[in-house]
Structure formats: structure tokens, C-alpha cells
Design a protein around this ligand. Structure first.
Ligand SMILES: [Zn+2]
Length: 424
């Protein structure tokens, strides 16, 4: 088996891996200014996608801009998320170099789409493929690729639940994400390609993060303030909706997360607890933005869950200027903030460029780690099941260092570079 790295090697973003020159795994976009795309656009016989985040699906329609019409295999939620993201990219960047595909390319995606559930093997470009729940976002999959001689397990992005003992002592034991259960599948494989986003981070137990978040939000609401909760549209928005519903925190939901939530409602089997998700949807109030609604709700003593997660666009651009002057208000960031984003600047300097204007913020600013990725312990725990197989590390800022740490632990690990071909 030949495994060629067209993106996502020793970096996060634009994941793209070509297997045996025929089967493409993921085709993502690296969000930056300007955005970056995989090293080249191949002409694969078939495409298999791990999950519906921009860094894994963002460039997919480009594969249909020539004469090739490769089938694209994914789970039903991933298919929907990919189209939602592509429409958003067209809206933001259509017709410029920052968008490498067109509306007709996107229409063709629907024509070649083939959906599969977890653990239902199918054939793609002469390979047998099986999806397993990766526990990252709804529809996310580990991808097992069998070419008849070698079985490759591509983890995609994944999350692992903590051992339940960690959650003991909490009335409502939270062992992982409320939205999706962590991965438990460990299919046999001859070689593993593993993400490493948080290879040097030990996440605080989820129950503790959640408790701190809830207490902080409640305190602000009791004091008469409003809490803006910037959140990514896919996964994080729904996770925060579930947290608010579980603790009866009044909340509004705004931005692309509202469409994503509406879509996921149709796939209750892809969330941890379909009934809890349904309750969270009826608990939340969805913002349309019509008739000055946003300016009215900023003094409603509620949490406002809104895109964008790093304050680089979306309705957050309306809410932050409205609430920033009052120290009784709060901005609760819900994930990692990339260097150079307004969210990161706000945390580090107390001011940020919002919608083209640098603004000092007197409202309180806090950060919570509601991660959807395995942390260092989780990665070691997962790879423990693959001690006898070579392991390739990708999707991280320190892939080489992590591979070296795994080697010190007796695992045959390496971190391929962009453009490398690994033959096994
Ligand atoms: Zn992801």
C-alpha cells in the first residue's frame, strides 16, 4: 500500500491522503488568510471522507471541476455538513482565488454522493472500506481501508470518554461530550494513521470544565449581565446547547449553528442521546436576526451561543460591540483560539478588532476547553491497542515530537512530511 500525503502532514488543516494513487481520504482547507489547499488536486477513482469539518471536507467540490466524477463516500451527516460548508465558502469567497470551486461543482457533489452508516463495509476504488464512530462530531468516522493485503486505519479526528471513575462525585456524571459518545472501536489494522491535535495537552475532566462554565454563566445572569458564548457552528454550538439545557440556563442560538442544529435533528442516531438533543432544541431560542432582534436580546440576561468561535465573523460581530462596555457582562470562549484571531487577541490584550474596528472590552473574558479531540492520555490510550503496528502521526503542530515520544514508549511511530509517500 502506498500512502501519499497531500495535506495535513505536520500541520492542522487541508487534510488529504491518497492511497494507492486511487483512493482519496479527505480533501480539506486550511483556514488562514489566504486559505490554503492540498498540494495538488488529484484525479482519484473514489473519495472517502472522515467527517464534516472544513479542514477535512473544505475543498471537496474542486474534485468535480474537471471531467472526473469520483463517487464520494461518507456518513449522512458528513454529506450534509460538507454541502453546508461549501455553500458558506461560496458565499464568503465565491469567484475569488480563496474559493477553488464553483456553484456547478457543488451541485455535482450531490450527484456522486454515496452515504454509509457505521460498520457497514463498502467498496471504493477496489478497496474495502468500513466506518467506525470516532466520537468527534455527529457522523465522524474512523476509516478502515483494506486493499486486500494491508489494512490501514485512518483515525480522522476523534474523542475518547474518560473512565467513568473520573466523573464520580458529580450528581450528573459527564464523562465526555454530551453531543456524541467517545470512540470505543479498535478494529484490527496493519498500519495506523493517527491525528495528534492535542498531543501535549491534558484536558481538565469534562465534568469540571462544565461545572466551572455553568457556575460562571449563572453568576453573571444573577448579577443582571449577558453572556456571549462564541462557538463553532458544527459540534460546539450543539454541545453548549446541551449544557445549557441540562442546567436550565436560558439561551439563544445564532449563526450557522442554527442551520446545523436543524439538520442534525434529522439524525438522532448520530448523537449520544437523541432525547436529550431534542430537549436541548426546544429549550433554546433560535435567533433569526430580523427586525433588530439581536440588539433587543443583548439585555435579556441569557447566554447567547453564536458563531464565530474565534470572533472572526458571524453574528458575534453584532453582539460584542453591544455588550463590551459593561463589566457585568461576560464573553465565554469555548475552545482553542488560533494565534492572530480576534478571540486570541481579546484573551491576551483585552481588546480585539471586531468588524474592522479595534475595540477595548470591559466585559469579563474567560476561556473554557470544550474540546472534541482526544488529549495526550487519550491518544496514548487509543494507540495502546496498536502497539504491534507502525503508526503514522499527522494533523498536529508537533507531529515529529509526538512520534518521538511514542518511539520512546516502544511504538514504531513516524511523522511523514507534506508530499511524502509511505509504502507498507
Ligand atoms: Zn474535526
Amino acid at each position: 500500500m502506498d500512502i501519499r500525503f497531500l495535506g495535513g502532514a505536520r500541520e492542522v488543516g487541508r487534510s488529504a491522503i491518497l492511497v494507492n494513487d486511487a483512493l482519496l481520504l479527505d480533501f480539506g482547507m486550511l483556514t488562514a488568510n489566504p486559505p490554503q489547499f492540498p498540494l495538488e488536486t488529484p484525479d482519484p477513482e473514489a473519495v472517502v471522507v472522515s467527517h464534516g469539518h472544513l479542514d477535512h471536507v473544505g475543498t471537496i467540490p474542486t474534485l468535480l471541476s474537471g471531467d472526473g466524477r469520483p463517487p464520494i463516500h461518507w456518513t449522512p451527516p458528513t454529506a450534509e455538513l460538507a454541502r453546508t460548508l461549501a455553500r458558506d465558502t461560496l458565499k464568503l469567497h465565491g469567484g475569488s482565488y480563496n474559493c477553488p470551486f464553483t456553484e456547478p461543482d457543488l451541485k455535482r457533489v450531490t450527484q456522486v454522493s454515496e452515504t454509509h452508516d457505521y460498520r457497514e463495509p463498502f467498496e471504493a476504488a477496489g478497496h474495502e472500506i468500513t466506518f467506525y464512530n470516532a466520537g468527534h462530531i455527529p457522523g465522524s468516522a474512523h476509516v478502515l481501508v483494506d486493499d486486500g493485503e494491508t489494512r490501514l486505519l485512518y483515525t480522522g479526528d476523534f474523542h475518547i470518554d474518560a473512565a467513568s471513575s473520573e466523573a464520580n462525585g458529580h450528581a450528573d456524571p459527564v464523562v465526555g461530550q454530551r453531543l456524541v459518545a467517545g470512540t470505543t472501536a479498535r478494529p484490527d489494522a496493519d498500519i495506523v494513521l493517527c491525528e495528534s491535535t492535542y498531543s501535549d495537552v491534558d484536558h481538565e475532566p469534562r465534568a469540571t470544565v462544565e461545572q466551572r462554565f455553568v457556575e460562571s454563566v449563572e453568576t453573571t445572569l444573577w448579577d443582571g449581565g449577558t453572556v456571549v458564548v462564541p462557538a463553532f457552528a458544527i459540534g460546539r454550538t450543539q454541545e453548549l446547547m446541551l449544557v445549557c439545557a441540562a442546567h436550565d440556563i436560558p439561551c439563544y442560538v445564532d449563526g450557522m449553528g442554527t442551520q446545523v442544529t436543524e439538520m442534525l435533528r434529522q439524525y438522532p442516531s448520530y448523537v449520544r442521546d437523541g432525547e436529550a438533543f431534542r430537549r436541548a432544541i426546544s429549550h433554546a431560542r433560535f435567533v433569526t436576526g430580523r427586525d433588530g432582534q439581536r440588539k433587543r436580546i443583548v439585555d435579556q440576561k441569557a447566554a447567547i451561543i453564536t458563531t464565530s468561535g474565534m470572533l472572526s465573523g458571524g453574528p458575534a460581530m453584532t453582539y460584542i460591540p453591544e455588550i463590551r462596555r459593561n463589566p457585568a457582562n461576560k464573553i465565554a470562549m469555548t475552545g482553542y483560539q488560533v494565534e492572530g484571531t480576534p478571540g486570541r487577541d481579546l484573551l491576551e490584550t483585552g481588546s480585539a478588532e471586531i468588524d474592522g474596528r479595534v475595540m477595548p472590552v470591559s466585559a469579563q473574558v474567560e476561556q473554557y476547553d470544550f474540546s472534541a479531540h482526544a488529549d495526550r492520555d487519550g491518544l496514548f490510550e487509543f494507540l495502546e491497542s496498536y502497539r504491534d503496528s507502525p503508526v503514522l502521526i499527522n494533523h498536529g503542530d508537533r507531529c515529529e515530537a509526538f512520534a518521538e515520544e511514542l518511539r520512546a514508549d516502544g511504538i514504531d511511530a513516524s511523522a511523514p512530511e507534506l508530499g511524502d509517500v509511505v509504502s507498507v
